[in-house]
Design a protein around this ligand. Structure first.
Ligand SMILES: Nc1ncnc2c1ncn2[C@@H]1O[C@H](COP(=O)(O)OP(=O)(O)OP(=O)(O)O)[C@@H](O)[C@H]1O
Length: 378
C-alpha cells in the first residue's frame, strides 16, 4: 500500500541521501559546450527539490542524466546507495527505480485511465515482482492517491489537462519509485489549474514521503513547492538552498535577479556613502565591501516610495494586483525600477525612494557599469 509518511521531515535529513550526484558533466556531440558542468547534488528521502533556471541552462539534461536517458561524459550517480552511473558502470533507466512525469503527460490515448496507470507496472509484472492482482490493487491505490477514483474507465481525451497530469503522476507513482522526476509538469496548464495542482502534487508526494525533483523555469513555482532549490546557469549549479536562503541570501547577482526579480541600481563609493542616481546610501554592515563600484539590490517589496516633488523618480505606470499595486518607476537615466506597495500613488507623480538599510545587498561590478557612467550614457 502507498502509506502516509510517519517520518518527520527533520529526521529524513539525517538519513543518507537517496540520490547523490558527483561531478556530473554532460555535453552533446564531441566539441559542443557542456550542457551540464561538474554538477554536485544530494537529495534526501522525502525531500522535494526544484531545478530552476532560464531556458537552455541544462535543467532537462540534468534530469535526463539522472533518469538514465542521457549518459554523462564524467561523474558518478548513486541512487539508494547503488552506483547507477560511473566510469565503467551503467544501469539502464528501466532498472533505476525512477518515476518520470513529463510536461506533455505522455499518456496513451487509446488506453483508459486504469490501463495507463497499469502500464507503469508492466515492467515489475514482467520481472515477476508483482502478481496480476497486486498490479490491480496498486493501480487502484495510485488512482485514489491522485484523487481520480471513479474515473478509471475514462480515456485521456475525456479528461481535463489537470486530470491528465494526475494520471501521469499516478502512473509514475504506482511502481513506488525511490525517486520521482517531474519535467515542467505544470507548464501546459492554465494558470488557475497550475496554482492548485502544484500544491496538490506537493501534498500527494509529501503524504507518501516521496523524494522528487521538479524542473521549472518559474521562480514563484519553485519557491512555493520546494524544500530546496537548485538554481542553474549555463550548465552549472549556481546555488543550492532552501527557498528562504535563496531568496534572502542569493549567492550571486544572477541568482538574485532570476529568483527575486529585484532592482539593481549602479552605485559608486563616495567616502562613507554609496552614491546612486536615486539617492545616497550609508555604507553600513549590509553594504560593506572593498569595492568602489557596484550595484545595490533592492527587492520590489522593500522599495518604499513617498510623494516628493523634488525627487528623482517618476511614477511611469501602476498595476493593480489585488492586494497591492506594482509601480514602474523611471530614474533620471531612464532605468526602470519596480516597487510593490499597498499605497495608491498617481501616475506622473515624483517619488522619493526609502529603504530599510538591512534589506539592501551589494554586488561589486566593473567601473564601466557604475552609476556615473551609466547615467551619462543614457
Ligand atoms: N539532444 C540535444 N542535442 C544537442 N544539444 C542539446 C540537446 N538537448 C539539449 N541540448 C542543448 O543543451 C543545452 C541545455 O538544454 P536543456 O534542454 O537541458 O535546457 P533547459 O534548461 O531544460 O531548457 P528549457 O527550459 O528551454 O527546456 C542547450 O544549449 C540545448 O540547446
Amino acid at each position: 500500500m502507498l502509506l502516509k509518511s510517519e517520518v518527520p521531515p527533520t529526521q529524513t535529513l539525517q538519513q543518507p541521501p537517496i540520490l547523490r550526484l558527483e561531478n556530473i558533466t554532460k555535453r552533446y556531440g564531441r566539441s559542443g559546450p557542456n550542457a551540464v558542468e561538474a554538477a554536485n547534488l544530494q537529495l534526501h528521502k522525502g525531500e522535494l527539490l526544484s531545478l530552476l533556471g532560464p531556458s537552455g541552462c541544462g535543467k532537462t539534461t540534468l534530469l535526463r542524466v539522472i533518469a538514465g536517458f542521457e549518459r554523462p561524459q564524467q561523474g558518478v550517480i548513486e541512487l539508494e546507495n547503488q552506483t547507477v552511473c560511473a566510469a565503467g558502470r551503467w544501469i539502464a533507466p528501466e532498472h533505476r527505480g525512477v518515476g518520470i512525469v513529463f510536461q506533455d503527460y505522455a499518456l496513451f490515448p487509446h488506453l483508459s485511465v486504469a490501463e495507463n496507470v497499469l502500464f507503469g507496472l508492466k515492467p515489475l509484472a514482467r520481472q515477476g515482482c508483482l502478481s496480476k492482482s497486486a498490479c490491480g490493487q496498486r493501480t487502484q491505490e495510485a488512482i485514489a492517491l491522485v484523487g481520480l477514483s471513479g474515473l478509471e474507465q475514462r480515456y485521456p481525451h475525456e479528461l481535463s489537462g489537470g486530470q491528465q497530469q494526475r494520471v501521469a503522476l499516478a502512473r509514475a507513482l504506482a511502481p513506488r519509485p525511490s525517486l520521482i522526476l517531474l519535467d515542467e509538469p505544470f507548464s501546459n496548464l492554465d494558470v488557475q489549474v497550475r496554482l492548485y495542482l502544484r500544491q496538490e502534487v506537493r501534498d500527494i508526494l509529501k503524504s507518501i514521503n516521496a523524494s522528487g525533483i521538479f524542473v521549472t523555469h518559474d521562480q514563484e513555482e519553485a519557491l512555493a513547492i520546494s524544500d530546496r532549490m537548485a538554481v542553474m546557469r549555463q550548465g552549472q549549479l549556481e546555488q543550492v538552498g532552501t527557498p528562504e536562503e535563496i531568496y534572502r541570501q542569493p549567492a550571486s547577482r544572477f541568482v538574485a535577479e532570476f529568483v527575486t526579480q529585484a532592482n539593481f541600481i549602479p552605485a559608486q563609493r563616495r567616502g562613507q556613502l554609496w552614491e546612486t542616481e536615486v539617492g545616497q546610501f550609508e555604507i553600513s554592515t549590509s553594504l560593506e565591501t572593498e569595492a568602489d563600484y557596484g550595484e545595490i539590490m533592492i527587492r520590489q517589496e522593500d522599495l518604499q516610495i513617498e510623494l516628493d516633488e523634488q525627487a528623482p523618480l517618476l511614477v511611469r505606470d501602476r498595476h493593480f494586483l489585488g492586494r497591492e499595486y506594482k509601480y514602474c518607476l523611471k530614474t533620471p537615466s531612464n532605468r526602470m525600477l519596480h516597487a510593490r506597495t499597498t499605497a495608491r500613488l498617481p501616475v506622473g507623480a515624483r517619488v522619493r525612494a526609502a529603504v530599510t538599510q538591512h534589506q539592501l545587498r551589494f554586488f561589486p561590478t566593473a567601473p564601466s557599469a557604475a552609476y556615473g557612467k551609466a547615467a551619462s550614457a543614457a
